[in-house]
Design a protein around this ligand. Structure first.
Ligand SMILES: Cc1cc2nc3c(=O)[nH]c(=O)nc-3n(C[C@H](O)[C@H](O)[C@H](O)COP(=O)(O)OP(=O)(O)OC[C@H]3O[C@@H](n4cnc5c(N)ncnc54)[C@H](O)[C@@H]3O)c2cc1C
Length: 411
């Protein structure tokens, strides 16, 4: 008699995840399903999610997973944060909420932790982990996106600090951020080596949110344009070494790109599950649509894209997280050429490149399988397609990823 293998729905334990990480995954999933997913439509329509969500996520420990207990964090590691990034997407958190919370935990606070002084940890990181202050990262400008070295926001040195003038755009959390980890030019013609980071605070005179931008997707997240006019920033707000900001950008981009890859894996797995259910239930020509060969083949492709994306992303995560202790030592010594600084660079770049396009293609195919219902708001598929379209652009475009990889091949 043929044995029937029951699909229990349990996922295999894949390294670097341990049973403890999987418990965290289940906790995050329960929270997102109960307190986030039911409100995603409403928050997208309002073009923001409540500020209180930061406090709630902080209460549950999610904003400080990888940060030291002494600063109010959970004392975990990057892998805990990886679970958070993947699971918010997999449990239906929506791109906007994922982006708003993710910009805070994944790109604004890590440089403060890594490069900040004990005083900066107390003033910015501790309240950020507690959800009391919201952070944003400001690199992009109207005239400088991919070409980071050409930023023009200037920080003129004066006794006791800097005077900042310039504009930033496309800044996630830019409208409500309490502090901005901001890339500035501190040397007129230094190219990459003339960039520094300053911690700008929203109440500083001359710091203005000039516009809330309207977007195609990620609707629940705020995206701001910021203008600085003679903003006086004290020396104690210099983050990392003066003119050493490029290393901070390098370190930050890697983690941002990995988080985006993890988010895409989470989103693809959710799309596959929802669309499979639909294809089993929806009937046409007297049978479930999933039984048409044309659609079965689509599922075969979607499943393959998901598993290849997952495998490469988890591999990149292992490569990235392995040398973390060495990386922290190298940063403390300001040894920017240490191999740990760029560990995983190639794999992270490949994972970002592969997953962002794959997720857009998967969302598009899932929409197709849903037919007209996929085009309707209530199924959430059209939102996934709009949200995921940012992937091949944000955090470094697909073209820039290909340039990095091409150069690594010596071309
Ligand atoms: C919703 C959203 C949120 C964002 N959040 C943030 C944030 O929080 N903080 C922040 O600092 N930035 C943020 N960004 C900015 C994002 O990182 C940039 O949009 C991205 O880096 C691309 O820059 P750009 O838009 O200026 O495009 P450009 O650099 O002007 O590129 C335009 C086109 O030219 C191509 N191109 C550029 N250079 C090359 C090259 N060398 N070879 C081949 N092709 C090339 C690009 O791939 C692209 O197709 C966000 C953007 C969006 C849309």
């Amino acid at each position: 008699m043929a044995s029937v293998i029951k699909d229990t729905g349990e996922r295999a334990l894949l390294p670097p995840f341990t049973p403890e990480h999987e418990e965290l995954r289940a906790t995050i999933r329960r929270w997102v399903e109960a307190e986030v997913a039911p409100h995603v439509d409403e928050w997208d329509a309002a073009q923001e999610f409540p500020r209180a969500l930061y406090r709630r996520a902080a209460e549950l420990g999610f904003l400080g997973l990888k940060y030291p207990v002494a600063l109010g964090g959970q004392g975990g590691d990057y892998v805990h944060d990886a679970v958070w990034a993947e699971e918010v997407a997999a449990a239906g958190g929506g791109g906007g909420v994922g982006a708003g919370l993710g910009a805070h935990t994944g790109i604004a606070t890590p440089p403060v932790w890594k490069f900040g002084t004990p005083d900066q940890h107390e003033r910015f990181l501790r309240p950020a982990i507690a959800g009391e202050k919201i952070g944003a990262l400001g690199i992009t400008e109207p005239g400088a996106g991919s070409d980071v070295a050409s930023i023009r926001t200037s920080a003129r040195k004066v006794p006791g600090g800097y005077v900042v003038n310039g504009t930033k755009t496309f800044i996630t959390n830019g409208v409500r951020a309490d502090f901005l980890v901001c890339a500035v030019k501190t040397a007129g013609d230094g190219g990459h080596h003339g960039i520094s980071f300053l911690l700008l605070e929203r109440e500083m005179p001359g710091y203005e949110v000039s516009r809330k931008l309207e977007k195609m997707g990620w609707l629940a997240s705020d995206t701001g344009e910021l203008a600085f006019t003679d903003v006086e920033v004290p020396d104690e707000n210099l983050l990392g070494p003066e003119n050493g900001g490029f290393y901070l950008i390098m370190a930050n981009f890697q983690w941002e790109r990995l988080l985006m890859a993890l988010g895409a894996v989470g989103a693809m797995s959710k799309l596959l599950a929802v669309t499979l259910d639909y294809a089993r239930e929806r009937e046409a020509f007297g049978r479930p649509i999933g039984r048409f060969q044309a659609l079965r083949h689509k599922f075969a492709e979607i499943g393959t894209k998901l598993e290849v994306s997952r495998a490469l992303t988890y591999h990149a995560l292992r490569e990235f997280t392995g040398p973390e202790a060495d990386r922290r030592d190298a940063i403390a010594r300001e040894d920017w050429t240490h191999p740990s600084i760029t560990a995983g660079l190639e794999d992270v770049t490949k994972a970002k490149l592969l997953t962002q396009r794959a997720a857009v293609e998967v969302a598009d195919e899932c929409l197709q399988i849903h037919g007209g219902y996929g085009y309707m708001r209530e199924y959430g598929i059209e939102r996934a397609l709009r949200d995921l379209r940012l992937g091949p652009i944000g955090g470094g475009t697909d073209e820039v990823m290909r340039e990095i990889l091409g150069k690594q091949l010596g071309l």
